[in-house]
Design a protein around this ligand. Sequence first.
Ligand code: ZN
Length: 499
Amino acid sequence: MKDKLEKFNEYREKISFHKHVITQFQWDMQTQTPSKGFADKVEAVTYFSSQAFQLQTSEEYGKLLKSLLKEKEFEELDEAMQITIKREWKEYEENKRVPKEFYEEMVRASAHSQKAWEEAKQKKDYSIFCPHLQKMIDYRKQLMEYTRPDMEVYDAMLDAFEEGMDSETIDRLFGELKAGLVPLLQRIAKKTEPDRSIFRGEFPKHLQQEWSGFLLDYIGYDKEAGVMSESEHPFTMGFGPKDVRVTNHYRKDEAINAMFSIIHEGGHAIFEQGVDEQYEKTALTEINFLGLHESQSRFYENILGRNINFWRPIYIKLGEYFPQFQQISLEDFYREINHVAPGLIRIDSDEVSYSLHIILRYEIEKAIFRNGVEAKDLSKLWNDKMEELLGIRPENDTDGILQDTHWSDGSFGYFPTYALGNIFDGMFLEALTEELGDVDTLLADGRIRDITDWLHEKIHKYGSLRTGKEVVEHVCGKEISAKPILKYFEDKYTKLYDL
Ligand code: ZN
C-alpha cells in the first residue's frame, strides 16, 4: 500500500505540474497575450492539455487507482485522501472513454471559438460566432455522451459544474425564485428613480486600481497569496491556496462597477485561499462546485457589499480616493448601489433582476439540449425570452446573446450555478445571523473579518470536501430552498423603495 501511495502522489504531482503550466498560459492569454501571439499560445495549451490528458488516462495510472481502491487499507486513509483517489478514478473512467483525437480537436476548436466570440462581440455580428457555437454545442453533447453515458446530457452538464444538482431540483428552486422576483420587480418598477448622473465623472484608472486593492485587503484577501491584474471580464484563477489571482476591469466614467467586481472576485479568491493547509496536495483544493464558489463571491458582493453598513467604516476613505463622493451622502450612495432596473446586460444587472438573466440562459440551454434548438435560432430565442422575462429587447447581439463568454468555450450548464449561489447565500445568511448575530451591526463595527473567519470556519477550510448541497445542509441543518434569499430581497427592497 505504501509503495502504491507513493507512486500515486508522484503521478498527481506530475499532473498538477502540467495543470500549473496550463493555468499559467490561460492567465497570460486572458490578461496580456497580444493578438498576434495568440495562436502560438493556443498550440502550447493544446500540447500541455493533451500531455496531462495522456497522464491521467494512462493504463498504468488506471491500474494504480483501481488497486488502491481495492486495498483493505483504503478505508483507513484519511477522508481527503480517499476523496482524492475516488475523484481521480472517476475522472480516469470518464476521460478514458474520450478518444484522444476528439479531445484535441475540441480543445483547439474551443480556443478558436473564444477568439471568434470576441470578434463577433466587438463587431456586433452574431454570424461570425454562430458556426463556432454550433460546433461547441455538438462537441459538448458528444463529450457528455462519451464521459457520462448513463446520464441525460443536460443533467450531466449541470452535475459537472455543481455536483448533485439536476434539472429537477433547479426547476423547483428557480420556480420559487421566478414566482417571487417577477412581482417584486414590478412593484419596484412603479417607483421613481433618483438622479443618477452624480455618479458619472472621471475616475482615473490608477486610482480605481488602488481602491480595488484597498477593498480586497478590507474583506480579507491575502495579497501575499495572489495578485491583481486587468482583463476584459473580471475573473479569478487559482494555482492552489498559495496563489489565487484576480482581475478587474475599469471604466473611465464611473467607479462603482469596478468596486463590486473586485469584491466579487475577492470573495472567490478568499474561498480558495482559505482551504486548510492539511489539504494541500489533495483534490480538496480544487473546488469545482461552481454554485458553492459563486455563493462566496456573491456573499461578499451582494449580501455584504451592498449593505449600507459595509460602507460605514470606509466611506470617508472612498471620498479620499475620489473626491466626488465627498459631495454624495452615504444614503444616496447606498441607494445607487442597489438601484434596481431591468437591463440587457447580466453583469451590469442589479441583484433582484440578476436571477432572471440566469433563468433565461437556463431555459435556452434546456431548449438546446432537450429540444434540439440550433445555434442559428438562438439569437432570436434570446431576444424573445428577454422580452418575456425582463420586458426589454436587445437592439443588437452584443447586448444579447454575445454578451457572455461562457458558451464560447462550451461551458453549458455553468450559468445556473450563479443563481444557485444566490440561493445558497440566503441560507448562509440565515445561519450566520443565528450564530454571529446581526450582520448590520457586525459590518457597521468594521468587523467584516469576523464574518470572513466564520465563512472560513464553516465553509472555506474544507475546500471541496462536500458538494454545495451538502455544505448547505451541514451549515444550515436543512434542505436547500430559495425562500431565505427571497425573504432577504423582500425585506431589503421593501424598505429601500418604500413599497
Ligand atoms: Zn463569480
